[in-house]
Ligand binder design. Structure first.
Ligand code: GLC
Ligand code: CA
Length: 506
């Protein structure tokens, strides 16, 4: 059994997690100090966002050197201490690999321009952050391609030398002992090199057709995966596929490609209904090849916080969402702060924002003649800063001892923080002890806003309605949650252990 199948992952946005030296920016010494907190919470793996030297235009997703640590976060020695301390606590570490592009101050950009993509003339392709995906280079008198910010130049994966360079990078980190990689926008690596214009929809929006999922992508992915697995057979590979379309996401989750891919079809939904959730759970079971697991999450550094976005700041509903990701079939990812019920940040002025996506939304709105207020509204919608605020810890310790913070900080009511942390902790402990984690569904149903499923001998009820529900199984013994005479409390989850002799009774 591959270890990741039993692991609950926890995404750490390093800049906002724990500041050890008091400069207001999260760092490795701070993070290492917080490993006990994570062990107490009960997670088994960390996905760490990029910590490499960077221009910080896209907060580390613009890498200037793949084999070093940005001085903002400490040193490579600090990283090694962190890794060793995580291992002591049986916490695995998965690091982010941004292989689609580098920062333009990466030495490759000047020393090996053929590692990048150059064109005499731009076509209509747009950057995922908005605007043209081509930037003119004065020296070369050509345009380079950037699918994100203009400081993030796309690597040319058609050049075999790029693949070889990146393999050395993967080898470097595997040799240090990391347990896996999160591959950033990994389906974007290959392009249609004839550069046909992308189609445009009715609203005038340029669609991403020829700039992702292009022929050859499976081969590249398989080669990178095989390279990693040769060096470390139990390496965990999770892919970010830049899409929320399930078929596109599911197709890269295959034994010879990636262990799992992020299911944005489920995790990044904008509004929550039990029906939508149920449909996506069913759809993932159908879409994924046999034996492949979906990923289960409702938050990340790229979307609004689930406590605001989906739970409407309602504590029982937030707990119920946690219940789903920790009990449904899949590999859960908790985003740091979810276990404290952290809410979205809102910004009173664009100058308070750091995320390029929010700032670009502001500039584009102003450019279209919108008022400052309208532009600020658009920027607040788009900015990913809303979910990137400094961490709130349930033990009351601050993100930074000096009180400084690189981004605005929210205050959250202490009782809420404690309540939701305790819930995560209890459920994580239960999950670890119970034998359902790798079991398939033998039933999966939605009735009157009550989602029920059976896995192995465990029967789960997620009551999304506002009233007590009589959906307890007749032969089950309550092992988690609240029940009254066979009824399950409104907006709550319950788990039953089915008695042996009734195993076949569903
Ligand atoms: C991924 C990251 C996001 C980043 C983008 C470009 O989507 O999660 O934060 O901006 O890739 O690297
Ligand atoms: Ca710091």
């Amino acid at each position: 059994m591959k270890w990741f199948k039993q692991t609950v992952f926890y995404e750490i946005y390093i800049k906002s997690f724990a500041d050890g030296n008091g400069d207001g920016i999260g760092d490795f010494p701070g993070l290492t100090e917080r490993l006990d907190y994570l062990a107490e919470l009960g997670i088994g793996g960390i996905w760490l966002t990029p910590f490499y030297p960077s221009m910080q235009v896209d907060n580390g997703y613009d890498v200037s050197d793949y084999c070093a640590v940005d001085p903002l976060y400490g040193t490579l020695a600090d990283f090694k201490v962190f890794l060793a301390e995580a291992k002591k606590r049986e916490i695995r570490v998965v690091i982010d690999m941004v292989l689609n592009h580098t920062a333009i101050n990466h030495r490759w950009f000047t020393e090996h321009p053929d590692y990048y993509i150059w064109k005499e003339r731009p076509n209509n392709w747009t950057s995922f952050f908005g605007g043209s995906a081509f930037q003119f280079d004065e020296k070369r008198e050509q345009y380079y391609y950037h699918s994100f910010a203009k400081e993030q130049a796309d690597l040319n994966w058609a050049n075999p030398a790029v693949k070889e360079e990146i393999k050395q990078v993967l080898k470097f980190w595997l040799a240090l002992g990391v347990d896996g990689f999160r591959f950033d926008v990994i389906n974007n690596l290959t392009l249609d090199l004839a550069f046909p214009d992308n189609p445009v929809d009715e609203l005038g929006e340029v669609l991403h057709k020829f700039d992702k999922d292009q022929p050859g992508i499976d081969g590249v992915m398989a080669e990178l995966a095989a390279f990693c697995r040769d060096l470390r057979p139990d390496v965990f590979l999770v892919g970010e596929i830049s899409s929320d379309e399930l078929p596109e996401i599911a197709r890269y989750s295959r034994p010879e490609l990636l262990d799992v891919t992020f299911n944005f079809n489920f995790g990044s939904i904008e509004t929550f209904t039990p029906e939508k959730l149920f449909q996506e759970l069913v759809a993932m079971e159908k879409a994924l090849p046999d034996g492949q697991m979906p990923t289960l999450f409702f938050g990340s550094h790229d979307m609004g916080r689930s406590f605001s976005r989906l739970a409407g700041q309602n504590l029982p509903l937030a707990e119920l969402l946690a219940f789903i990701i920790l009990t449904a079939r899949g590999v859960p990812f908790i985003y740091n702060g979810e276990e404290a019920g952290m809410t979205d940040l809102t910004f009173a002025d664009v100058s308070e924002m750091a995320d390029i996506q929010g700032i670009m939304a502001y500039e584009q709105a102003v450019g279209k003649g919108e008022t400052k207020q309208e532009a600020l509204f658009a920027a607040n919608q788009k900015t990913r800063d809303k979910a990137r605020g400094p961490m709130i810890f349930a033990d009351g310790k601050a993100f930074s001892a000096t009180g400084k913070a690189w981004l605005k900080q929210n205050q959250e009511p202490e009782e809420k923080v404690h309540a939701i942390f305790a819930y995560y902790q209890e459920l994580l402990a239960f999950r670890k002890a119970a034998a359902y984690v790798t079991e398939p569904y033998t039933s999966l149903q939605l009735k009157e806003a009550c989602l029920t499923y059976q896995r192995g001998n465990y029967y789960f009820v997620a009551n999304f309605s506002e009233r007590w529900q009589m959906t307890a199984p007749p032969n089950g013994r309550l092992v988690f949650g609240q029940e009254e005479q066979g009824g399950i409390a409104p907006l709550s989850g319950a788990i039953y252990l089915m008695e042996e002799e009734n195993e076949n009774c569903k």
